[in-house]
Design a protein around this ligand. Structure first.
Ligand SMILES: [Zn+2]
Ligand SMILES: [Zn+2]
Length: 119
C-alpha cells in the first residue's frame, strides 16, 4: 500500500507504518500476515506501564476487537452478539444494563422477545 503524504497528516506514529502493529496487542497486521484480512482502522489511548497514556492511531486486529459478553464475560464472535436493540427495538435496554450478550445469556423472557423480533 502506498502512503500519500499531503492532505493526510504526516505521522511518525509507528502504528501507521510497516509492520502496522495492532494498536492493542502489537502483533503485525501487515499485508501477508494472518491479521491483515480482518484488521480494522482504530485508535486508542493506550495506558503504559508508568501510568502515562500514549495515543495510537492505526489498526486493530480482529482478536482485539472481539467483544466480551456483559453477562458471562466470555468473548462473543463477531456478528453473534445480541444487543437490547435486537430484543426490544430502538428504545430498549436490558434491565441489568448489559449491552452485548450471547444468545445463551439472554433470560428466557428476553429470548422469547428476541425470537419474535427476528421474524
Ligand atoms: Zn491485536
Ligand atoms: Zn455470555
Amino acid at each position: 500500500m502506498r502512503i500519500l503524504n499531503g492532505n493526510t497528516k504526516k505521522s511518525t506514529n509507528k502504528y501507521m507504518q510497516s509492520p502496522y502493529p495492532c494498536i492493542y496487542c502489537d502483533h503485525s497486521t501487515e499485508f501477508g500476515s494472518d491479521r491483515f484480512v480482518n484488521r480494522i482502522p482504530a485508535d486508542t489511548y493506550h495506558e503504559l506501564e508508568d501510568g502515562k497514556e500514549e495515543y495510537r492511531d492505526g489498526y486493530a486486529c480482529a482478536d482485539c476487537m472481539a467483544i466480551d459478553c456483559d453477562r458471562c464475560g466470555k468473548s462473543i464472535d463477531m456478528d453473534e452478539d445480541i444487543t437490547p436493540y435486537d430484543v426490544f427495538g430502538d428504545h430498549g435496554e436490558f434491565s441489568d444494563n448489559a449491552y452485548r450478550v450471547h444468545e445463551d445469556c439472554l433470560t428466557s423472557k428476553e429470548k422469547k422477545l428476541w425470537e419474535q423480533f427476528e421474524q
